[in-house]
Design a protein around this ligand. Structure first.
Ligand code: BDR
Ligand code: CA
Length: 315
């Protein structure tokens, strides 16, 4: 079977990079057509630089197009507490030799989609780029197989008590995307927590290879935060949509209707998730539960080892 074509919209971001490493481990499953970046965890110039630094470390080429430097309506709200002042504190990355294209993400997404059919958009960040794309060039919808996104929650929150960061950061964009009619697969906070990765496993990555060393230094940033808060595991949020594409059998799904709160003073970006009697009325496929979190984390280990063997066979 031909590999699934992907466009990855991201704000790297520790977990964004883990998602990308897992995609790159499987060229038989995925063809990455390109990456677009957006203001989210940190300002867009920083997250673009982080991505280029990681691709340089790996020695992997990639088409990177920088996108919007602010949400559609609200001001940027970077999260140094969650991802550090660079947006990817922890690993030492080389001076990038991969450079962003001289084209805005909006144009890159439009041109790439129109040149291909059945592209999966992997959305790991606030949805500004994608909302602007769908609003400005609705014809691209026919070229999108689905948007598989990390965002939202069934009741919990990580930036507000009831809101998840990606949708909180640009709720107006989220509303556009969720109302666009494009099929959406949603990995929310609850499913990410169900697949959380043990800190002791993160510790054990060190010394296993160049890819595992990078993953270790990235994930250590999460695990130190988690340990400070008394946790033994940390969710690697953005990894979940990628693991779902690789191993759909791990997940139970449900059709649901999701609406976005854009105005709420205490609930900005909250997702209101309703079960539906008639699947035709659903706008989202929700990853409801993980059947085997231990297998999920085993696959993660295998993917990093696989990528290391592919990229650094001599080491
Ligand atoms: C999401 O917000 C960002 O901090 C992460 O990269 C992830 O995309 C988790 O809420
Ligand atoms: Ca992200």
């Amino acid at each position: 079977m031909a590999p699934r074509k992907l466009l990855i919209d991201c704000d790297p971001g520790h977990d964004d990079i883990l998602a990308i490493l897992n995609c790159l481990a499987h060229p038989e499953a995925f063809e990455v057509l390109g990456y677009t970046t957006v203001c989210g965890n940190q300002l867009v110039e920083l997250v673009t630089r982080n991505l280029c630094g990681v691709l340089t470390y790996l020695g992997v080429p990639g088409a990177v197009a920088q996108g919007y430097d602010a949400p559609m309506v609200l001001p940027p709200d970077p999260q140094p507490e969650a991802h550090g002042v660079t947006g990817l504190d922890g690993p030492s990355l080389p001076e990038p030799t991969v450079h962003p294209l001289q084209v805005h993400a909006l144009d890159f997404l439009r041109d790439t989609l129109l040149a291909h059919d059945r592209v999966t958009v992997v959305a790991l960040a606030p949805l500004t780029n994608l909302a602007m794309l769908l609003k400005t060039y609705p014809a691209v919808k026919d070229h999108i197989d689905c948007i598989t996104l990390m965002g939202g929650s069934r009741g919990g929150g990580n930036i507000l008590p009831r809101a998840e960061f990606n949708l909180y950061a640009d709720p107006h964009a989220a509303k556009v995307v969720f109302e666009s009619g494009v099929p959406i697969v949603m990995s929310d906070i609850e499913i990410c927590q169900a697949c959380a990765t043990p800190h002791t496993w993160i510790d054990s990555l060190r010394g296993q290879g160049r890819v595992q060393d990078l993953a270790h230094d990235i994930l250590q940033f999460f695990s130190l935060w988690g340990r400070r808060h008394g946790q033994n595991t940390s969710p690697i949020f953005d990894l979940v949509p990628v693991m779902h594409m690789l191993h759909p059998e791990l997940f139970e799904t449900a059709p649901v209707r999701v609406q976005i709160e854009t105005e709420g003073r205490l609930t900005r970006g909250m997702t209101i998730v309703d079960s539906v009697d008639d699947p035709q009325t659903a706008n989202v496929t929700l990853l409801k539960s993980c059947r085997d979190p231990a297998a999920y984390n085993r696959f993660l280990a295998e993917n990093l080892a696989l990528l290391n063997r592919r990229l650094f066979p001599e080491a």
